[in-house]
Ligand binder design. Sequence first.
Ligand code: ATP
Ligand code: MG
Ligand code: FE
Length: 339
Amino acid sequence: QYILGIETSCDETAAAVVKNGTVIMSNVVASQIESHKRFGGVVPEIASRHHVEQIIFVIEEAMEKANVKFSDLTGIAVTSGPGLVGALLIGVETAKTLAFAHSLPLIPVHHIAGHIYANRLVAEMEFPLVALVVSGGHTELIYMKDHGHFQVIGETRDDAAGEAYDKVARLLDLPYPGGPHIDRLAAKGQVVIDFPRAWLEDESFDFSFSGLKSAVINTVHNAHQRGVQLKPEDVAASFQDSVTEVLVKKTILAAEKFGAKQILLAGGVAANRGLRNRLSKAVEDFKHLQLIIPPLHLCTDNAAMIAAAGSVFYEKGIRADLSLNANPGLSLSRFSTEP
Ligand code: ATP
Ligand code: MG
Ligand code: FE
């Protein structure tokens, strides 16, 4: 089985070929970060334009590197949401055109399901499991009783973790996207500031990062006004300590409550070394709990993860026809993997 995956939900134009849902034959990502950097964030119109310019070349390169022809493919999987509507549309229309031209099945994939399935490129998934999704737009705990079943058991009530990282990075004058820069700084700093942790109600698996973000902004501004020198690396380390403590504790609690055999880490912030280390340490206390963490290049947006999810959905009989549309607000709980 060979699935071509196509991903254009945000600012990465990506295509990949995955064999049998687990083996990466090619994984091509054209990043637009350089174009968005000077605006300090993703500009939707610029993203769409780049996707239009890049998509055909990216797909051709993915097919060439995998050394497959369209007649070798089993199906084409494409991110249909959530994301920027104009960006998603480029991938969806391209996938529809190719599926029609080559008489191939078309498989719609939820972007966050894709992030979760990046883990299947690393190890076989065992159910039940709990996935922690931490990305630029999402922070969610997801319970999966089986392939293709996604139950959102907790989510952020305000900012996503990646959003908080990027905003704190901007405050510290670090370039966009700031997550990796904070990560690097934090490794050099000390946890000297006691930033708040949003535990919310007992038993809640929801998250909140806007209070933490405000606390960091206030602390930095107050210090500045009083002429006190705060080391940016200490601010980064203290901020990261607050974020990762809450993420890790809630994930472990969820895994215990739902009797999970595995914890999967997913999304761009899963590239964070502080989070990876802390979660790895925490899981060591639980003999029967296995942790899967994708390598960095499979944590951030890519199409191999879309093809990996598409492979499973294909086996379940999920198909889209040419009426498939981009859905910027597609919900994961309601995203059906039943045909
Ligand atoms: P979504 O998947 O929710 O639609 P997205 O696709 O834009 O959003 P991703 O590409 O999955 O998000 O992740 C990008 C985010 O990950 C950015 O906010 C970035 O700062 C953050 N990020 C990347 N590397 C790291 C890191 N090492 N530490 C912390 N954050 C990081
Ligand atoms: Mg991105
Ligand atoms: Fe993403």
